[in-house]
Design a protein around this ligand. Sequence first.
Ligand code: C5P
Length: 242
Amino acid sequence: MNPLISDFSAPSDPRVIVALDFPDAAATLSFARRLSPEMCRLKIGKELFTAAGPQLVEKLMAQGFQIFLDLKYHDIPNTVAAACRVAAEMGIWMTDMHATGGRRMMEAAADAVANFRQRPLLIGVTVLTSMESADLAEIGITRPLEESVLALAKLAQSSGLDGTVSSAQEAAMLRQAMGADFCLVTPGIRLQAGNDDQRRIMTPPDAIAAGSSYLVIGRPITQANDPLATLAKINLSLQTNA
Ligand code: C5P
């Protein structure tokens, strides 16, 4: 590790997951070389995985990074279980699925990875933060949004999943309802109020204080002049607020 970086900025269980929203492997790898696996994990989503596939995941893991494979599976139980098994064989650290896929789908996924020595964390997506009450009503979900989030989080937990992806604004409610061991992964993090497309934002220390386990952060790091220094600053802000 870079000796100029203090221990505080490189915690043993880094809370930051950097969202690699890049179009291809070349751009991703050159960016990842500017980061450090001691200071963050990396999230690969649908665009990048479709473009660059497991080969890119392997290259990033060879650099020491732990990977959140954010493919939000939603399919019949057998299909999602098989995909999660492959993710476990690849050595993925965390992967996710829509909790609306139901109990049998989530239980099959949990069973599929249960016997791996180092199994991936399985995370449920409750309600996409792009959905508002009117969007939910259009697909037949009429109860209040927060009630849906909580019910799906409870279903995910009782089906054997490790946690949920949700807005940081929901973290306090979920932490209280779901207990200390439930893993809360929260995007929509900003270092200060910005002017991009994220609306319901929180700062890193506020999100951790609200109960988030891991913070998914994209552009504040990927578009920073010095991504490593930005990460170090975020980690330090979390340490001093712990
Ligand atoms: O650049 P930014 O910090 O907004 O990136 C956030 C990342 O988290 C993106 O990869 C985005 O797709 C993802 N995400 C999100 N809101 C959700 C779920 C995922 O912004 N509810």
